[in-house]
Design a protein around this ligand. Structure first.
Ligand SMILES: Cc1cc2nc3c(=O)[nH]c(=O)nc-3n(C[C@H](O)[C@H](O)[C@H](O)COP(=O)(O)OP(=O)(O)OC[C@H]3O[C@@H](n4cnc5c(N)ncnc54)[C@H](O)[C@@H]3O)c2cc1C
Ligand code: FES
Length: 521
């Protein structure tokens, strides 16, 4: 599971190093085994160590090699799905707890950064939410009232954002938001975890989790971790086959980075209310001689990061067009100089009711926990996971438990549940169609296509050297057919977002095994 193997690289991957740890080569035991070294797993490990628990962290790839290195790292309590919707799904008290928990997550990151002396460009700033040009601001009025009912009394409606380059019109100002460099933050957490006696193993895939007690985690190399509790923080849980995946859907989002003259764009977070919406922030360029300096001149320029153009994973193959639209949107509004300096894509898990699933894994032993369903706010949801799961494991009351309970049934989100599951059911109809191309001879170097072969379908791609790689197109999770992703050169499953590299190795769950290999020609 290693998005580092995809074609694009984020600015964080180019400018932040995290020390790689050795693989697990012996059986070990600990109070808690955390699977997944993204922001959710690493925060949980850090906070459990602070409580005196012994912790082992396993990751199939490097630390931060999942979606955490593909984020834009807006740290915000301005919930992406909007407070109006959160209140509708979870009630006024639920919206209040959502606001409280996201605010607490930003505060907790700030405390950890200070306590551990982590140089990760953490910065407090305001966030501005605006409607598209020409649209009424009624939606903002409603959101203002809902945010205030949720306890965010300082949110205010202002005439326009501080941007001079374009008039956003009226917008909501959310004070005390933040941003940071996610890989530098994880590098700091790594140092702190190791110093506190935590053990982290890379290149170690957890294959099977048994609740016991004690719980046992079996790795693909045949090693066992024995623990009182297990936290599965793998972005999407591989140990939950169906339940959670009917309540969340995988979306692909795109990000482009441009240089702008330093100081020309006021330092804030920006979002519009389109669906899918645009999200914007700035990032200073490194001046330490690292590779990132090539992105621009750190003395006179900084990076403007703009994301959006989301679609359901595996259900669109027009990435170039989406990046072009992002570019056009940005050039029309910001003082961009030159061409795109970096671009990347990543995956977001949208739950049917706008909030993450954090807590005991449904239908499993009481000592197996999950953190998933980032809803585009995985930096704060991942930190909430660290706080909440630590409380659950040490047996401390936490007021957010019911709100994030993974087995919750949000009746008021039934319509979204039906829509997403109908969409999944429709994906199985691709079993009945022909292939994308008639023969593998039609596949050019650097591209891939699904080819029908008798009753089954084959995922075939030709690498840059002309070599053909063939795997089964059948996703090992629940049997949907994968689709070629022309930007990342991956095979993406349109049902629940499992992704595989060109040779069929699994990159993202819920699948936890590779596409069946056919041959190399
Ligand atoms: C383009 C984009 C923009 C975003 N913007 C924002 C934003 O502005 N603000 C925000 O809050 N959130 C944002 N997000 C969401 C956020 O980045 C993610 O939700 C978050 O990084 C997920 O962290 P995680 O720890 O849950 O998962 P990950 O970072 O994916 O970590 C999971 C880890 O588990 C490992 N793993 C998986 N399976 C196994 C296994 N079987 N055995 C061992 N290890 C395994 C993987 O290798 C990986 O390292 C964005 C996401 C994207 C893609
Ligand atoms: S991810 Fe569920 S079938 Fe592929």
């Amino acid at each position: 599971m290693n998005t580092t193997l995809e074609q694009t690289t984020s600015v964080w991957m180019q400018t932040g190093e995290i020390p790689v740890q050795a693989a697990l080569t012996a059986d070990v035991s600990a109070d808690v085994c955390v699977i997944g070294a993204g922001i959710a797993g690493m925060t949980t490990a850090y906070l459990l160590l602070q409580e005196g628990r012994s912790v082992v962290v396993l990751d199939d790839g490097p630390i931060g090699g999942g979606q955490t290195e593909r984020t834009t790292a807006h740290l915000s309590n301005a919930i992406d799905d909007r407070y109006v919707a959160i209140e509708g799904w979870h009630g006024q008290e639920g919206a209040r707890l959502a606001a409280e928990s996201h605010t607490a997550a930003i505060d907790r990151i700030e405390v950890i950064v200070a306590r551990e002396n982590i140089e990760c460009d953490f910065e407090r700033l305001d966030g501005y939410l605006f409607t598209p040009l020409g649209e009424s601001s009624d939606l903002l009025q409603q959101e203002l009232h809902a945010a205030r009912r949720a306890g965010l009394s300082e949110v205010e409606l202002v005439d326009r954002s501080p941007l001079a380059s374009f008039d956003t019109g009226p917008c909501l100002r959310f004070p005390r938001q933040a941003q940071f460099h996610p890989r530098k933050y994880l590098a700091g957490l790594t140092t702190a975890i190791l110093r506190k006696g935590g053990r982290i193993f890379n290149q170690t895939r957890a294959e099977h989790v048994e609740s016991g007690p004690p719980a046992r985690v079996r790795t693909s190399q045949g090693r066992t971790v024995t623990a009182a509790s297990v936290v599965v923080a793998t972005n999407t849980p591989f140990n939950d086959f169906v339940t959670i995946h009917t309540k969340q859907a995988a979306y692909t989002s795109y990000v482009v980075g441009f240089v702008v003259p330093r100081g020309s764009v006021p330092r804030s977070l920006y979002w519009d209310t389109l669906n899918p919406y645009h999200y914007v922030r700035l990032q200073a360029l490194p001046s330490d001689g690292s590779a990132g300096e090539r992105l621009g001149d750190p003395l006179t320029e900084e990076l403007l990061i703009v994301g959006g153009e989301d679609h359901k994973t595996g259900q669109a193959d027009d990435a170039e067009e989406r990046c072009r639209r992002l570019e056009e949107w940005t050039r029309g509004r910001f003082p961009v100089t030159g061409s795109i300096r970096c671009r990347w894509s990543g995956q977001i898990l949208e739950t049917i009711d706008g909030l993450a699933f954090i807590g005991r894994n449904p239908l499993d032993g009481p000592n197996i926990f999950i953190a998933t369903g980032d809803s585009g706010q995985g930096m704060t949801h991942g930190t909430i996971a660290g706080i909440l799961l630590t409380d659950l494991i040490v047996g401390r009351h936490n007021p957010w438990t019911a709100l994030y309970e993974p087995s919750r049934k949000t009746l008021r989100a039934a319509e979204r549940f039906l829509q997403e599951n109908l969409n999944v059911a429709l994906q199985y109809s691709s079993w009945l169609t022909g292939g994308d191309v008639a023969s593998t001879n039609d596949i050019a170097p650097g591209t891939g296509a699904v080819v029908r072969r008798g009753l089954t379908k084959v995922a075939a791609c030709r690498d840059e050297h002309g070599q053909l790689h063939e795997c089964s197109a059948v996703c090992p999770h629940l049997g949907c057919l994968v689709d070629w992703n022309p930007l990342e050169h991956t095979w993406d499953c349109p049902c629940h977002g499992s992704r595989f590299d060109q040779q069929g190795h699994v990159l993202c769950g819920p699948a936890n095994s590779d596409l069946a290999r056919i041959r190399e020609v």
